[in-house]
Design a protein around this ligand. Structure first.
Ligand SMILES: *[C@@H]1O[C@H](CO)[C@@H](O)[C@H](O)[C@H]1NC(C)=O
Ligand SMILES: *[C@@H]1O[C@H](CO)[C@@H](O)[C@H](O)[C@H]1NC(C)=O
Ligand SMILES: *[C@@H]1O[C@H](CO)[C@@H](O)[C@H](O)[C@H]1NC(C)=O
Length: 438
């Protein structure tokens, strides 16, 4: 009897659906509608009809191509794995150079193509791996771009440091090289087009560590490249991410361009997350800027971007403070006061926090001078400690770190903020928390 009870509990746990996602949270762990961590790196998103298809390499499945679908760019449903026999395919990308759907990715430093009659399943291996025309180059990172005239282009970062653009022929084969960028060691290419100008975003080559990605522009697909130009303050290192694709959402009110990047863990493994942010394109001056938001979303019908508007704020200086931590001046805090000297024997407890019942985004507003010296932890009610960095890669890098927590309904939640390591040396200052209600 007891066994069947356990089995029942397990099976109901396994089928628990994840509540709808209300925000895109750069650097945070993103959950699918099946309550699994979304794992689709080096990927891209292709819209067909009213559905967005996201393909990427799955770090927890030997870098097989994995696919998710969504209607709103927030809730992603895992689709079937499109091709089981292919492993270690890096940066898979969709293309549709003829009536078939294609996936191109790098396998053994050459291009491997897969082909299907439907976008989301049953891809067959299409021929053997090929090197890049005209010189038979091997390469690492695959990018993809579809021009307005329906021509598809594969972007590659060749091993000898040029980023190359080749046409994809209508039979799916890799065609002529139409352009290349030989202005330094760049990889992870992505291309998008605004008002006839082609904007190429590339990353530097620093392994899994992030760097300030750069933009180059050209006035035709085969034109010469102008640049490099930064797309975010250098110190942000592209908000701890590396480019993979630029998505254009043409809405009824606005066309929004989205930078999609990977926030890699130390080895490109399953702890890697995703950083997506909208971009401002200054067409007069040909500048691209990432518009970083700790939380945002886009209405895929209108193209309009929004950020949370309903938040309940709790000030750290009014919370219960134990240990060495103490209220002090804080120039960057909302009320110019915050809790400093948060050492490992300290805790800042927010009482009577109002929750809606269930998973909810809570923004921790804190600053850390040196994130190598300390790690922030959070306890909610009687749940075990949560390491903030494990839920959001932006922890310690930004003053607003949203993580998703399980709150009770009503005004009696207790949230404790504490720090392991040397929080005083690390310069941790807690400003407050904001519980997002929309
Ligand atoms: C696309 O081209 C490939 C390769 O020539 C071919 O096998 C496939 O049938 C074509 N798809 C369609 C729908 O024409
Ligand atoms: C929390 O709310 C309860 C019930 O209203 C109240 O008795 C208690 O004093 C509050 N605690 C704090 C720390 O404000
Ligand atoms: C917290 O999580 C991060 C990211 O997963 C990890 O690197 C770090 O070691 C963790 N720290 C502790 C104290 O568990």
């Amino acid at each position: 009897m007891i066994f069947s009870k356990i089995a029942l509990a397990l099976s109901s746990a396994a089928t628990v659906a994840h509540a709808a996602n209300s925000w895109i949270v750069p650097g945070a762990v993103w959950m699918s509608t099946s309550n699994t961590k979304i794992d689709a790196h080096g990927g891209m998103v292709l819209k067909r009809g009213d559905t967005f298809y996201w393909i990427g390499q799955s770090a927890s499945h030997n870098e097989q191509p994995y696919l998710y679908t969504s209607k709103n760019l927030l809730d992603w449903t895992p689709a079937s794995n499109p091709q089981n026999s292919i492993q270690y395919m890096w940066r898979p990308k969709f293309a549709k150079p003829n009536g078939s759907f294609w996936i191109y990715g790098q396998v053994d430093r050459n291009v491997q193509a897969l082909k299907s009659s439907t976008i989301n399943d049953n891809y067959a291996v299409a021929g053997s791996k090929v090197s890049l025309p005209p010189s038979g180059y091997t390469y690492s990172d695959t990018g993809m771009f579809a021009d307005d005239d329906g021509t598809w282009y594969i972007l590659t970062s060749a091993d000898h440091n040029t980023v190359q653009i080749n046409r994809i022929n209508s039979d799916g084969s890799i065609g002529d090289r139409v352009n290349y960028l030989a202005k330094g060691a760049y990889e992870a290419p992505g291309l998008f087009k605004v008002n006839g100008i082609y904007y190429l975003i590339v990353s530097g080559k620093t392994g899994w560590r992030s760097n300030p990605n750069q933009m180059f522009w050209a006035s035709s697909i085969s034109g010469s490249w102008n640049g490099p130009y930064g797309i975010a303050p250098d110190a942000e290192k592209t908000y701890n991410s590396q480019n993979t694709f630029e998505l254009t959402v043409a809405g009824s009110q606005k066309t929004t361009y989205i930078y999609m990047g990977d926030s890699w863990d130390s080895k490109g493994g399953p702890d890697s997350n995703h950083v997506w942010v909208p971009m401002t394109v200054d067409t007069a001056n040909k500048k691209v800027t990432l518009d970083y938001h700790a939380q945002w979303k886009i209405d895929v019908n209108t193209g309009v971007v929004s950020t949370p508007s309903r938040k309940r704020r709790y000030e750290a200086e009014r919370a219960e403070i134990v240990g060495r931590a103490a209220v002090g001046e804080c120039g960057r805090c909302l009320n110019k006061r915050g809790v400093r000297k948060i050492t490992s024997d300290s805790a800042v407890t927010f009482h009577n926090v109002t929750g809606l019942g269930g998973r909810q985004w809570v923004q921790f507003h804190y600053h850390m001078q040196d994130r190598n010296l300390a790690e922030a932890h959070v306890y909610v009610n009687d749940q075990p400690a949560v390491n903030i960095s494990s839920l959001n890669h932006r922890a310690g890098y930004h003053d607003i770190v949203p993580i998703e927590l399980n709150l009770r309904e009503g005004a009696d939640n207790k949230i404790i903020f504490s720090v392991s390591g040397n929080g005083e040396e690390a310069g941790v200052v807690l400003d407050g928390i904001e519980v997002v209600e929309d």
